[in-house]
Structure formats: structure tokens, C-alpha cells
Write a protein that binds this ligand. Structure first.
Ligand code: DAH
Length: 352
């Protein structure tokens, strides 16, 4: 390998580079000549066999060869728009339109609202009206008229967020404590106060609990309340409506079961489970091998509650139920952390 040979190779590579007309060719050039297995590296290897006297000169010439080829390569890369990675900022085109946010289906329903809207549609088909009530409630509606005894633990500071109408407000003995409703049941009271039976309504809405947030419980979540008051309403009606709801919402072979329970505002009270929609009742991870999933609380409206709203319990009877929308949506979609619903992470929301 003589000096002349090295110079010839340099001239040839520079000429080749100048002749290149596209990014793929340029990439091929790089592979052939500029990588560790390329021609130039091979020539450096050959230096070993050059005589001691010629070595310094040949080394210098080789360095010149490498530097000039690399410099020209960079120029060509920029001309052909073939740069990648760290050099990209040099070619930023600020006039280009922005890339759209990467959502495959922009503007669709939130999974919670989707669940809620499906539930509303099912109950509307069964003749239920949709009613609403305030999220800031007084003690009387959230607890008192729902037959909570004055010392009931649910009134405890731990569960309830109390609200001050103004920062310097101090409650006097005749003021009622104000609070963020802890359930949708107070809407039952407001409805019975303003409407005479027959009543047949659902009351969806947001509720608040002063609890530590976890995978299973959030500080704010959604419930759907149901209330039917009329002459001759029985527990059988409640069971029929809930079974029909379960079949429409979870699938035609869904089953329900009622377990005795306690709520101050119903007597008798029952918790309702639906057969696990994943395993169909055989037992799996979601239902913790029980085959059943708890979906709601329910019961016959307590006579004290009817009386508190001016409805004669000797003439009218009613049933009520309260269903957790978030929990039901979690079951339905296999979501394991309730907080996912509120974090607005596209990667989560896009899946629905
Ligand atoms: N309000 C109850 C809760 O938040 C749920 C509930 C249970 C509502 C039984 C009802 C009912 O209407 O009858 O835990």
C-alpha cells in the first residue's frame, strides 16, 4: 500500500460519493467503506505490514483519506435529507402541520359514561324516569330522613366531607351541617318530598367519601339509585326488575342472588350478587372463586323513610336499590384499579 494508492482510493471514494443520488445508495456506501468492516478500516489494518520508514507518512495519508471521506459523506447526507437521530434538529421544518395526537378513535365516550348510559337505557325501557339531586347536601337528606340514627358511624368525620358555605361560617345549633353527599340515596328523599306515588325512577350521580384512595375505592365515584313506590309493591317486584337488568346488562344467562343485609333506610335489606360474567359461575380470579360478584344494595323502603317524606306507609310500599357504577364498569371491562378511570391516560382510555 503506497502513498499513491491511498491518494487514488481517496479520489475514487470522493468521486463515488459525489455521484450518489439517493439515501439508500448513501447507506450502502457507508456500509461498504465507513464501518468497522469497511474498506477504510481494512486499509488501517494494512498499516501493520507497511515498513517502519513509510508508516508515519502512510498513517497521515490514511487519516486524511478518512477525514475527507467522512466530511464529504456528511455533506451528502444533509443534501439528500438522509440524516437520522441527533442531527435531525438541524432540519426541523417549523412550517409543517402538527402531527395529530395518537388516538385511534378520537372523541369517544368515557368507559364510565358508557356504562352509565347503557344502564340508563335499560331502566328507561322498563319505565323508569331519570331524576337528579344536588351533590352538596344537608345532613337531613343525606342521613336523617333516611333513618340513620343520630349516632350512626356513617356520619363520622372519617367518611363524610363536610362543607362550609363561607370560610368564616360556624354552624349554630339550628344550622344543619352541609356535606358532599356520600351516596345517591338522598335523591330518593328529595323525589318523595316533591312527587306523590306512583314513583318509578333512577337517580345516577357522583358521590363522595372521605376515605383513603386505593385500587378499590376512590374519593369520588358514581352510583345509580333506584326507587319504586306504589300500592302493592313487593320484594318480588324488586327481584324481577334486578334480574331483568342483570340479563340485559351482563348477558342473557346472568343469574342473581339476594343475601340478607342491613341498611337503615330499607327493611328487609338485601345485597345482590350477579353470577360472574367471566367464568359464568364456575369460579375464577375475578370472582375470587365464588362464582358471584356483588353489584348492589337494595331492600323495601323503610316505613320511617316514607313517613318522613309525607307518604303513608299503611297505603304505599316501595323498593329501592343502589348500584356502584365504577365497580360494575371495572368488572365489565376487567379494570383492576378504579383510579385508572380518572387519570385520563390515553393509553387506558383508547381501549374502550
Ligand atoms: N346507599 C347505599 C350505599 O351507598 C346503597 C343502597 C343500599 C342504596 C340499599 C339503596 C338501598 O337504595 O336500598 O352504600
Amino acid at each position: 500500500m503506497t502513498l499513491i494508492e491511498i491518494q487514488n482510493v481517496r479520489e475514487k471514494l470522493l468521486a463515488d460519493l459525489d455521484a450518489i443520488s439517493g439515501a439508500p445508495e448513501l447507506e450502502a456506501f457507508k456500509l461498504a467503506h465507513l464501518t468497522r468492516k469497511g474498506t477504510i478500516a481494512a486499509m488501517f489494518d494494512e498499516l501493520r505490514s507497511v515498513s517502519k520508514e513509510e508508516k508515519p507518512q502512510a498513517g497521515k495519508e490514511l487519516n486524511t483519506l478518512r477525514q475527507s471521506v467522512e466530511a464529504r459523506f456528511k455533506e451528502r447526507e444533509e443534501e439528500l435529507g438522509a440524516t437520522g437521530g441527533h442531527e435531525e434538529h438541524g432540519r426541523l421544518d417549523l412550517t409543517m402541520p402538527a402531527r395529530p395526537v395518537s388516538v385511534s378513535t378520537p372523541g369517544h365516550e368515557h368507559p364510565l359514561m358508557k356504562t352509565l348510559n347503557e344502564m340508563i337505557a335499560i331502566f328507561e325501557r322498563m319505565g323508569f324516569a331519570v331524576e337528579n339531586g344536588p351533590e352538596i347536601e344537608d345532613d337531613e337528606h343525606n342521613f336523617g330522613k333516611l333513618n340513620f340514627p343520630p349516632d350512626h358511624p356513617a356520619r363520622d368525620m372519617q367518611d363524610t366531607f363536610f362543607v362550609k358555605p363561607t370560610p368564616d361560617w360556624t354552624p349554630t345549633s339550628k344550622d344543619q351541617p352541609l356535606l358532599l353527599r356520600t351516596h345517591t340515596s338522598p335523591v330518593q328523599i328529595r323525589l318523595m318530598e316533591r312527587q306523590r306515588p306512583p314513583i318509578r325512577a333512577i337517580m345516577p350521580g357522583r358521590v363522595y367519601r372521605n376515605e383513603a384512595a386505593s385500587a378499590r375505592s376512590a374519593v369520588a365515584f358514581f352510583q345509580l339509585e333506584g326507587l319504586v313506590v306504589d300500592k302493592g309493591v313487593s320484594m318480588a317486584d324488586l327481584k324481577g326488575v334486578l334480574l331483568s337488568f342483570a340479563r340485559q346488562f351482563f348477558g342473557s344467562d346472568a343469574k342473581i342472588r339476594l343475601r340478607p343485609s342491613f341498611f337503615p333506610f330499607t327493611e328487609p335489606s338485601a345485597e345482590v350478587d350477579v353470577s360472574c360474567y367471566i367464568c359464568g359461575g364456575k369460579g375464577c380470579r375475578v370472582c375470587k372463586n365464588s362464582g358471584w360478584l356483588e353489584i348492589l344494595g337494595s331492600g323495601m323502603v323503610h316505613p320511617n323513610v316514607l313517613s318522613a317524606c309525607g307518604i303513608d306507609p299503611e297505603i304505599y310500599t316501595g323498593y329501592a336499590f343502589g348500584l356502584g357504577i365504577d365497580r360494575t364498569a371495572m368488572m365489565r371491562y376487567g379494570v383492576s384499579d378504579i383510579r385508572d378511570f380518572f387519570e385520563n391516560d390515553y393509553r387506558f382510555l383508547e381501549q374502550f
